[in-house]
Design a protein around this ligand. Sequence first.
Ligand code: DLL
Length: 433
Amino acid sequence: MERYYQPEIECASREQILAWQNERLVGQVHNVWDNVPYYRKKMEEKGLTPDDIKGVEDLHKLPFVTKDDLREAYPYGLVARPLKDCVRIQSTSGTTGKRVVAFYTQHDIDLWEDCCARAIVAAGGTNEDVCQVSYGYGLFTGGPGLNGGSHKVGCLTIPTSSGNTERQIMFIRDLNATILCCTPSYAAYIGETMKEMGLTPDQIPLKAGIFGAEAWSEEMRQDIQNTLGIKAYDIYGLTELSGPGVSFECSAQTGMHINEDHFIAEIIDPKTGEVLPEGEQGELVFTSITKEAFPLLRYRTRDICVLSHEKCSCGRTFVKMCKPRGRSDDMLIIKGVNVFPSQIETVLIAQGYQANYQLIVDRVNNTDTLEVMVEMTPENFSDNLGKINEMEKHLVAALKAMLGIYAKVRLVAPKTIARSEGKAVRVIDKRKI
Ligand code: DLL
């Protein structure tokens, strides 16, 4: 039987959801107009006043907010409450330029934790569960968000944070952890380490995993489910909007329900900014309608996605987003062809490899080159050069069929590529453009 954390909200009628969105959007627009000069200026530049926004149907009139806007406004430029009312900051994991700093009131944290609690309950969690949170704690939102959600559900929470994999496994076994929260690449690494320790899925008490913060393919889901003997659920979010829990997967495991009582989603054409009809692929844009300290109107995520209003077997009525197909800024353009790392991952796993790979992009004599470095698995490992050659050729053909371009394949021994305890580094782009 499907369980909900807040059934009256998660299964509300579409009319009710729209009514909440209309009312909250109008309130939020007044809020930023009154309290954030940055927004007022952007709206004035478009000739808008708050009276022009009467509901969701007027959303498209508002200007977008981009990551560059957040950097420009760093650190306080978009804060809509006096700092004395704010109780926390979190920050993005970005490595270049200024970090984005997001602010929270206690109310914001409460609603964020509710969103994470919805995800845990959708994955089958109850107060009988032991929930191990192996996302990083600190500025990264993964640990604090799922920790708060786990408390709200009443799970016995183990805040291990990431790292020290053998200790993670010890706690899972000794304290009977039933739910694991971490990045999918770390889940795969924990699974691999368990296997090496001679543990089989039935010796592991876990029943569910809540994995997100990076792109992962359906094939990787199957792999993790088999190694850990669990159901693996996807969870999506970004620091700018709160953190994990903007959307979450239910028992159907066919996309993530967006918490539409807090976030309005749109799909736009990333080139023209035009809103696209349902079912079309484009860039995901969010408006946070309940955030107090750090509200964002029409924030461009750069994540490429499709939305669907199809009825879901779980009974929730929130719109679903597919797994993000990549980021518009992660998308590699190789010899003019768009390539997403997730497409390569799909091919590798379908061919019997695991998600231990790296893509090395370079430019030689003005021509782009793509090299896929992938580990052999303990099962298909060979040290016979002829055999390796043959395996590489096979992968080159499979990749060509998927991508339409030639990618050099280099098979390496198991455990050659560094494992990740947080978000995996998949792409090394050496091109100087
Ligand atoms: O990654 C928040 C989070 C923590 C989500 C734990 C889920 C679990 P940021 O570090 O700000 O926040 O990165 C946000 O990560 O725009 C996506 O590109 C990517 N991302 C997040 N979740 C998923 C997912 C956290 N389930 C950026 N699938 C987003 C694919 C994801 N990409």
